[in-house]
Design a protein around this ligand. Structure first.
Ligand SMILES: O=C(O)CCC(=O)C(=O)O
Length: 411
């Protein structure tokens, strides 16, 4: 190899390759100009030639556009613009060996950015994660036993009833089936909209052993940035969202415990689109292909004991798989919707105004006599929740679950 070629290889080694950005940037910048983003375009052009301050300025401009109104009204081009600026900022950090900073900004690009530059973000994260791990001596000196997310412990029913809504586990329990065939699932549950707990069908998931190990979670995801919810639940005034590293999140789980704690919940987040290693630990249940529709989303629900998802319904078929820990789940059929006091505001119309943890029977008299199904979903079990069925979920231990939402061919 000539000296010039060797110098070029060395120069390339400290550059992050971004082939999609390189190919798409002229069109993207033109489109941003046509939406009046001239200042952004001039900053992004400077950023492309390596100007870090310009890259940060472009990122801030795009960030402002993302926060200029409700999320659904943000122009998609600004989400791509945000991802573009994140890539320029990350390139700079990468050149300087600032791998954690680069990962943080790339994760922001994944979480808030559009789809156009997704492959560049993903491959940059893959390269930098390896480097960041090489630089890190993770969890050295920790006893293995300290790093277990939860230890198996039998919960007494009488103990559990203390923190569950009134009348829990006293009437109809969701039926449990082991080795349920696809045909029986289709006939007896999917077609007639009938919930069921399916046991014995996720023993082969790597997640079943790996996710109880904090050391593993720290290693594959510690430096990654994730959105979390802090507060009693999303219907409460003091509830807020934060962006923290997975490592900070694990620390909060480790130190949670007192009943006065405000839980931090990594809830309804497409974590598996973001962190490949975790995606490889799970399998899509075959049940999700019943009905000939398509998979809509895979979401993570990870938090300490005491997280609550208030009573609400979703439009899709749902399998909620309990990977680590236990959850209490209460279900009301879709046919009872009118009795369940939904909010009238469009944004919240799939949520009930009733706080099941503290029902005001004068304001919500129907609740007293409404029939429901409930259960404790144990580690290694999945529950099928049909579309529009109302559900309330409370974690009884530290808990990591995955939801699979899919539509049928008619929707
Ligand atoms: O696990 C939870 O906290 C809520 C799950 C849920 O609402 C869902 O899967 O739709």
């Amino acid at each position: 190899m000539s000296a010039a070629a060797a110098a070029a290889v060395v120069a390339l080694a400290d550059q992050l390759a971004t082939p999609i950005l390189d190919a798409e940037s002229p069109n993207l910048l033109q489109s941003i100009s046509s939406h009046g983003g001239y200042a952004y375009v001039s900053m992004a052009t400077l950023a492309a030639s390596g100007d870090f301050r310009a890259a940060e300025a472009a990122r801030e401009m795009a960030w402002e556009q993302l926060h200029s109104g409700p999320w659904h009204s943000v122009l998609p081009v600004w989400r791509d613009a945000y991802a573009m600026a994140c890539l320029y900022v990350a390139k700079f950090h990468y050149r300087n060996g600032e791998f954690k900073d680069a990962l943080r900004v790339l994760d922001m690009g994944l979480i808030m950015g559009g789809m156009l530059l997704r492959k560049d973000l993903d491959s940059a994260i893959e390269i930098i994660s390896v480097k960041a791990r090489e630089n890190n001596g993770q969890s050295e000196g920790c006893e293995k036993s300290e790093l277990i997310l939860i230890r198996e412990a039998e919960l007494e029913k009488s103990e559990v009833l203390h923190f569950l809504p009134a009348k829990s586990l006293s009437s109809k329990i969701v039926g449990k089936r082991s080795a349920l065939s696809l045909e029986a699932f289709l006939r007896e549950h999917f077609l007639c909209g009938c919930p069921v707990i399916i046991s014995d069908c996720m023993a082969h998931w790597p997640a079943r052993t790996k996710w109880n190990d904090m050391d593993y979670l720290e290693k594959v995801a510690g430096e990654r940035t994730v959105p979390v919810e802090v507060g009693k639940n999303y219907l409460c005034q003091e509830w807020k969202q934060e962006l923290i590293t997975f490592s900070q999140f694990l620390e909060r789980i480790r130190s949670s415990g007192s009943s006065s704690d405000v839980p931090t919940y990594l809830a309804q987040h497409p974590l598996f689109d973001q962190i490949n290693e975790l995606r490889n630990d799970i399998c899509i249940p075959d049940y999700c292909f019943v009905g000939g529709g398509e998979l809509r989303s895979l979401n993570a629900w990870f938090g300490p004991a005491g997280t609550v998802t208030p009573l609400h319904h979703d439009p899709h078929h749902n399998i909620l798989a309990q990977v680590v820990g236990r959850k209490y789940i209460r279900l009301y059929p879709a046919s009872l919707s009118a009795e369940l006091y939904p909010y009238s505001e469009t944004m919240l119309c799939n949520s009930s105004r009733v706080d099941l943890d503290n029902v005001d029977e004068r304001e919500f008299p129907n609740m007293r006599d409404l029939e429901f199904l409930d259960c404790i979903l144990e580690e290694g079990e999945m529950i099928y929740v049909p579309p529009k069925w109302w559900h309330y979920v409370r974690s009884l231990t530290t808990s990591f679950s995955v939801s699979f939402w899919w539509s049928d061919s008619g929707s």
